[in-house]
Write a protein that binds this ligand. Structure first.
Ligand code: HSE
Length: 293
């Protein structure tokens, strides 16, 4: 038997829709695996009652099939489903790393990103790698069809989760089908600024690079209190804030670890003013999936 912890992740980061991803220090899913004749799944933890235990409908079960690695898989959810923090991806990432080790399959971490993305396809309908890549590799990732680039980064962060339901399906439906050349130019500028910021561990550059005028405003409308929460985060010292993944979570980048407490409080108060309960994680850029024996 072995245990793997795989972190929550924040996809998109504003300017990198379906491309950028960031591993968070917390929360995380913890997955235990042991060899078995056939795959079974047992769920516990945050929101586990909403996740199917049928291996054909669960990201971890699909990964087990992809790796031809039948196992008893116990998933302790730390990452709440439908939060915008890559919940299904964390389970897929942990299962891929765990079963690769358990069955000594010898896949590289990059290969496991593609296998875990197949697990993601079951839930989202498309094999996105923008959450599984950072959950497996850690740090900041740029996931494209031709491969994944990983950059270690160090930044203080706040991830705020309002108690709202926004389905990924709805969040994808509101994405505009066309963009203007001005918006393309702006988005390229932001994405480049953000990437430079990650390379330099520079919160000011990363905060500026979150700015994006196509996908984010469309999705913000689905999140009650979003404008107030992101404005409050900036006023409390965050360099920038944006929708985490498909939402409803909101990610804020802070200048220093000491700023996180007031940024978190400001965001919670702003959601509360709109009648929305929320919780906040004061965290950092995290490492990738880790094996415990
Ligand atoms: N890039 C994806 C999206 C992440 O924003 O829809 C959520 O699966």
């Amino acid at each position: 038997m072995l245990t793997v912890r795989a972190p929550a992740t924040s996809a998109n980061l504003g300017s990198g829709f379906d491309v950028f991803g960031l591993a968070l220090g917390a929360p995380a899913d913890v997955v235990r695996v042991e060899r078995a004749e056939e795959t079974t799944i047992e769920m516990s933890g945050a929101g586990s009652q909403y996740i199917p235990e049928d291996p054909t409908q669960n990201t971890a079960g699909v990964v087990a099939a992809e790796l031809d690695a039948p196992a008893r898989i116990c998933i302790d959810k730390g990452v709440r489903p439908a939060s915008g923090l890559g919940s299904s991806a964390a389970s897929a990432a942990a299962a891929a790393v765990a079963l690769n080790e358990l069955y000594d399959r010898g896949h590289s971490r990059e290969e496991l990103v593609h296998i875990a993305a197949e697990g993601e396809a079951v839930v989202s309908g498309a094999a996105h790698a923008d959450n599984v890549a950072p959950s497996i590799l850690g740090g900041f990732t740029i996931a494209r069809d031709d491969g994944v680039t990983q950059i270690d980064a160090s930044l203080p962060l706040v991830a705020c989760l309002p108690d709202l339901v926004v389905s990924t399906r709805d969040a994808r439906r509101v994405v505009p089908e066309t963009v203007s050349m001005d918006d393309v130019v702006d988005t390229v500028g932001s994405a480049a600024t953000l990437t430079a910021g990650m390379c330099r561990d520079d919160p000011a550059l990363v905060g500026r690079g979150l700015e994006e005028a196509v996908v984010t405003p469309a999705r913000a409308k689905l999140i009650t209190g979003y404008e107030a929460a992101t404005t409050a985060a900036r006023e409390a010292g965050a360099t920038g804030a944006t929708v985490s993944g498909a939402g409803p979570g909101v990610l804020a980048v802070c200048r220093s670890p000491d700023d996180r407490r007031q940024v978190a409080s400001a965001m919670l108060a702003a959601f509360d003013d709109h009648g929305v309960d929320a919780r906040a994680y004061q965290t950092v850029v995290g490492e990738g999936a880790r094996i415990y024996r």
